[in-house]
Write a protein that binds this ligand. Structure first.
Ligand code: 4AD
Ligand code: MG
Length: 467
């Protein structure tokens, strides 16, 4: 008989229905009568309690069964007499696939700290917390595709290996096959990249945006969903060196359309997790009551309008607070980037919810953003949410060739390598815009996990490359 996932058994089973289930042991309790073995198979938050009657062939296997062991059991459901679960699973036949030495198995019944669990990244998915987070992450990934596909966007696969710095921030991981102990030299004494794998310098991408732009200027509406890499030396609870990003790009659309899409998108993600991950969210809200949003709050967000303000208004608000005695670690002044403490002040204390900040000073934003008529600001927007800060960064792109060339030369960005990008402004240029949503940041926001390292299976951060 094929195994049934525990999720299905609990949802569809009836008294007396026969199943085969598999899973890993969470606890075992032996009594004078039957033994109770609780297993989880990762399909849902709930466990299944196996009942092993004494003097059966299954009971003879009990000494081999400890926390962490992998089992297969056939049997039937029976309404549970005990508290804490609706069903018991009365075992007819039992097989132990793999034992787990109780003296060595690192996951014990008592809770473990998230820091400890990071050291056993290969086993932490077997905990309630990581099972919940990874299932929420999965539901969100599907919701991303459903949202964009439902609106006719084309999923575009932009490259991971690239020759250009899309954000112009110099946070690139360089990729090379040159022998670091015998680097070939060019005539000028520099590295001879002619002899590197691609015949020129190559990197891991920081963003798929520039490629998404040429695709949008042909297909209309596209989105990317893939890994991006940033060698930024930020050892914080919201930065990873490898993270996933969703980047929609729309032709014939302006910043207003961009913000509407971003709001609808975030609302859709909230709605989906409430509909599909209620047990996971409820578990996380109980377990991490201090940081997790209650499910009702996420449901409310699914219908909420986001607050809007310009960067200039945000700075005025921060200056007012600062003048009133509120202390910030980093100074506030027009022209400086907002630090996460400033972002959190705006979301948590001024707007009490998500806010979209627009029209940032051009000197703190990327070269591709469209200049506003005031000459000082660009058509940028960031979506900030409580506790996390920025989850989305986006903009209307500069579609005017002369303005873009001027901006690139001001910033010292060489046009070579970007000719194709400038071509898009030469041939059939059109207003277009897009944004990037940091996938882990949104998983963090909706699960209440405080550290971004706890919402991705294998976190990468400065000096951290475990499994
Ligand atoms: O604001 P960013 O840098 O924007 C871009 O990359 C644009 N090309 C997007 C676009 O317009 N198509 O990054 C977008 C989002 C941020 O708002 C943040 O949520 C996330 O990506 N992000 C990170 N997430 C985790 N770790 C990091 N180091 C991140 N850097 C950015
Ligand atoms: Mg940004």
């Amino acid at each position: 008989m094929q195994r049934d996932r525990i999720k299905k058994v609990l949802a569809q089973g009836r008294a007396g229905s026969q199943h085969v289930v598999c899973g890993w042991v969470r606890t075992k309790r032996e009594t004078k009568g039957p033994a109770f073995v609780v297993i989880n198979d990762g399909s849902c938050q709930d466990n299944l309690q196996l009942v092993v009657e004494p003097d059966t062939a299954a009971a003879a296997l009990l000494p081999r069964i400890g926390t962490g062991a992998a089992l297969r059991a056939s049997g039937a459901l029976r309404p549970s007499q005990g508290k804490g679960q609706q069903w018991d699973f009365v075992v007819a036949d039992l097989e132990v696939y793999g034992e787990a030495d109780p003296a060595a198995y690192p996951l014990q019944k008592k809770g473990h700290t998230l820091e400890f669990l990071r050291e056993i990244g290969h086993l932490r998915p077997r905990t309630n917390t990581f099972g919940a987070v990874l299932r929420v992450r999965n539901a969100l990934a599907l919701a991303v595709h459903e949202f964009f596909q439902g609106r006719g966007f084309v999923w575009a696969h932009t490259p991971i290996l690239t020759g250009s710095d899309a954000e112009g921030a110099g946070q690139l991981f360089q990729v090379t096959t040159l022998d670091l102990l015998a680097v070939p030299r060019a005539a000028d004494g520099g590295v001879d990249y002619e002899r590197d794998f691609f015949g020129r310098r190559a990197y891991l991408t920081v963003s798929g945006q520039l490629e998404a732009e040429f695709l949008a200027l042909a297909l209309g509406d596209v989105y990317t969903f893939g890994p991006t890499f940033r060698a930024e030396n930020s050892n914080t609870a919201r930065h990873l060196s490898e993270f996933w990003m969703i980047e929609p790009e729309m032709a014939f659309a302006d910043l207003r359309d961009d913000m509407t899409l971003a709001e609808d998108f975030v609302r859709h993600l909230c709605r989906t997790v409430v509909e599909r991950c209620e047990p996971e969210l409820a578990f996380l809200a109980r377990q991490y009551a201090e940081t997790a949003l209650p499910v009702a709050e996420i449901a409310r967000l699914a219908d909420a309008r986001f607050a809007h303000c310009t960067y200039t208004e945000a700075v005025a608000e921060l200056e007012r607070a600062s003048g009133g005695g509120r202390r910030f670690e980093y100074p506030v002044a027009w022209g400086r980037d907002l630090q996460s403490e400033h972002e959190r002040f705006l979301t948590d204390e001024v707007f009490h919810g998500p806010v979209i900040v627009t029209d940032y000073p051009r000197q703190i934003k990327a070269f591709y953003m469209r200049s506003n008529d005031d000459g000082r600001t660009v058509a940028a927007m960031d979506v900030l949410v409580p506790r996390i800060g920025e989850i989305i960064g986006g903009s209307q792109r500069e579609e005017r060739l002369d303005r873009l060339e001027q901006r690139m030369s001001e910033l010292g960005i060489p046009c070579e390598g970007f000719q194709w990008y400038l071509d898009l402004r030469r041939f059939g240029s059109a207003p277009h815009c897009g944004f990037g949503l940091g996938f882990e940041r949104v998983v963090q926001y909706l699960t209440g996990m405080q550290n971004i390292r706890d919402v991705i299976p294998c976190p990468r951060a400065p000096r951290e490359i475990g499994i």
